[in-house]
Design a binder for this molecule. Structure first.
Ligand code: 13P
Length: 250
């Protein structure tokens, strides 16, 4: 189902005490049901803390990563079954930082998506081009390939459980946001790809988030674009008041 979502990707930030404080602030600030679904994606060590807050509030919880394997001798990894067992709702897959620093290939990302769906966790599948792809005008091809290899193997039913996040790499953590027109252009392109693959109804029901230097100053205009259904927020999600301003931008 197409929803409005604002998700905070905390990346590798916050101590336990800071995480507790931020979660408490967010949970309290959305006591009166907000006009979008609010998701916190803290580091995995704080997921259970976050799902405890989620029990008594309107908060949803997402992980930042999952193993492509079911279980067993994979030191340091966390499985989809484990995430499910602490009531995690969402999991980010294919973030450009994981592709770059941890060399996650499209093939591995497709396996991670499958594992999450097996365990009823909604993947937030990230795609997005580098600056040079934009300059060479190959950005549509890059995003098309990422979706083809990462998620278009799913059947229509499975795909219906997915959230897509478009995050142009040149906009992540740089303060250089995509213009609302650039975001809309790509989101519309993605929705058209989904239409070709799965039909109009599925495409119309897919939630597509924008990520990359989204902040309280630009969120309203970005979120008002026809095909932008919310945001995946990095830096600004670490400051409770900024994050809530973004949540209230719908
Ligand atoms: P910033 O909002 O810090 O640019 O990060 C975006 C992001 O990578 C969210 O996943």
């Amino acid at each position: 189902m197409r929803k409005k979502i604002v998700a905070g990707n905390w990346k590798m930030n916050k101590t336990f005490q800071d995480a507790e404080e931020l979660l408490a602030f967010i949970a309290e600030s959305i006591e009166k049901k907000p006009s979008c679904e609010v998701v916190a994606c803290p580091p995995s060590i704080y997921l259970e803390l976050a799902t405890d807050f989620a029990l008594d509030s309107n908060l949803f919880v997402g992980a930042q990563n999952v193993s492509q394997f079911e279980s067993g001798a994979y030191t340091g990894e966390i499985s989809a079954a484990m995430l499910d067992s602490v009531d995690v709702d969402y999991c980010i897959v294919g973030h450009s930082e994981r592709r770059k620093y941890f060399h996650e290939s499209d093939e591995v990302l497709a396996q991670k998506v499958d594992k999450l769906l097996d365990h009823n966790i909604i993947p937030i599948f990230c795609c997005g081009e580098q600056l040079e792809d934009r300059e060479k005008e190959s950005y549509f091809d890059v995003v098309k390939m990422q979706l083809k290899n990462g998620v278009f193997h799913l059947n229509k039913n499975e795909f219906g459980n997915l959230v897509i996040a478009y995050e142009p790499i040149w906009a992540i953590g740089t303060g250089r946001t995509a213009t609302p027109a650039q975001a809309q252009e790509m989101h519309n392109f993605i929705r058209n790809l989904i239409t070709k693959e799965y039909g109009k109804e599925t495409a119309g029901n897919t939630t597509i988030l924008y990520g990359g230097s989204c902040n309280p100053g630009n969120a309203r205009e970005l979120f008002s674009q026809n095909d932008v259904d919310g945001g995946l927020i990095g830096g600004a999600s670490l400051k409770g008041e900024e994050f809530i301003k973004i949540v209230n931008s719908f």
